[in-house]
Ligand binder design. Structure first.
Ligand code: UDP
Ligand code: MG
Length: 339
């Protein structure tokens, strides 16, 4: 009897310090899992350190491990997409390479999957080892996007989750370039359940996300899942127009009653500067969306695979894909292929 397959998908960017600590924990968990056929797929997201040679050694040492190397750094969302695209059979489980998502919890995720859940997502109870700014900005972000997005996005939820085969298939159909995975996972729907856990501190190395990168990530999230900001510009415009109208009436009345003595330089400047500001903000907002539309219209692949190595997984992965279309898996080959 063939057991259902579970592939752990792990994106790694310059994780040479964390990976050797993570791998034994993963293997220990796989040994515990009796009801599933566990595999590990690493995605090297354009690392410049020893990450790839470490991953190659993992693959050589264990037939259940595969590794994919992207042609450059495409960012975590694209790297995870590359990994998930390779999972053709069974479920997938996403983890961070830095041990912040404890692998020891995987059996609990699997138990929910066996109960029929499609999307088992870890929600963070605590965030150990993260700075005050990171925690507050994260909370703020989840509140804002929670209000703006029409697809409810659970708060304090990262990418740590298990996706059933049909959830994966649905996800594979969404090829938008600006990917906000947390939102896409929620958009898919199906049977969902939260699994609360304590988020641990990074086991080694340092975070790859600076405050600026997080800000851009937040913008990505909001613009991919909400058009409320565009509408906000309209309302802001209406409001200023209404105020301007009232002001105009006052000015005319004042001139009629008291005559016009060429005063009002400060008011004039205030109005001009204020309106100029409002117009620029509105233009900028439109620009944000227009820019994304432009990116989407180019229809570029989401990632490029450089090398793919795996010994025992020919049926599920091994074909480097261009990542362009969901349905062209394996029809075009880029780079070297080792099996
Ligand atoms: N990561 C990646 N590509 C990137 C940046 C990060 O694949 O361009 C991976 C990284 O190796 C880690 C995960 O994404 O496995 C989360 O990154 P990190 O721990 O730096 O983020 P944080 O936990 O601080 O938000
Ligand atoms: Mg981390």
């Amino acid at each position: 009897m063939r057991l259902p397959r579970l592939t752990l998908v792990i994106a790694a960017h310059n994780e040479e310090q964390a990976l050797p600590l993570l791998q034994p924990r993963l293997l220990a968990v796989l040994a515990q899992l009796e009801a599933v056929d566990g595999r590990i797929l690493y995605v090297d997201d354009g690392s410049t350190d020893a990450t790839w040679s470490i991953l190659s050694a993992f693959v050589a040492a264990d037939a259940r491990v595969g590794a994919l190397r992207l042609s450059r750094n495409f960012g975590k969302e694209a790297a995870l997409t590359a990994g998930l695209d390779q999972v053709r059979t069974g479920a997938a489980m996403i983890l961070d390479a830095d041990g912040q998502d404890p692998p020891e919890l995987i059996p609990q995720f699997v138990a929910y999957w066996q109960q029929g859940y499609d999307n088992v997502y870890g929600t963070r109870l605590a965030r150990a080892g993260e700075s005050w700014t990171k925690r507050t900005t994260a909370t703020l972000f989840y509140r804002v996007i929670g209000r703006l997005s029409r697809t409810p996005i659970p708060a304090d939820t990262g990418d740590f989750r298990l996706l059933s085969p049909r959830a994966l298939q649905a996800l594979a159909g969404m090829r938008e370039r600006h990917r906000f995975l947390k939102g896409l996972f929620s958009w898919v729907g199906f049977r969902r359940i939260a699994l609360p856990y304590q988020r641990e501190a990074r086991i080694a190395g340092s975070s790859k996300f600076s405050l600026w990168r997080l800000w851009n990530f937040a913008l990505e999230g909001i613009t991919s899942f909400s058009t409320v900001p565009l509408r906000a510009a309209t309302y802001l415009g209406l409001l200023t127009a209404a105020l301007a109208f009232v002001f105009a009436v006052l000015v005319v009345l004042k001139a009629a009653l008291y005559g016009d003595r060429v005063a009002g330089w400060p008011t004039m400047m205030t109005v001009i500067l204020f309106l100029g500001g409002v117009q620029l903000i509105a233009l900028g907002l439109i620009g944000e969306y227009l820019g994304r539309l432009y990116e989407e219209s180019k229809q570029r692949p989401l990632y490029l695979v450089d090398t793919c190595i795996a010994t025992d997984m020919a049926d599920s992965f091994l074909q480097p894909t261009l990542g362009g279309q969901a349905d062209d898996h394996g029809t075009r080959t880029v780079g070297r292929q080792v099996s």
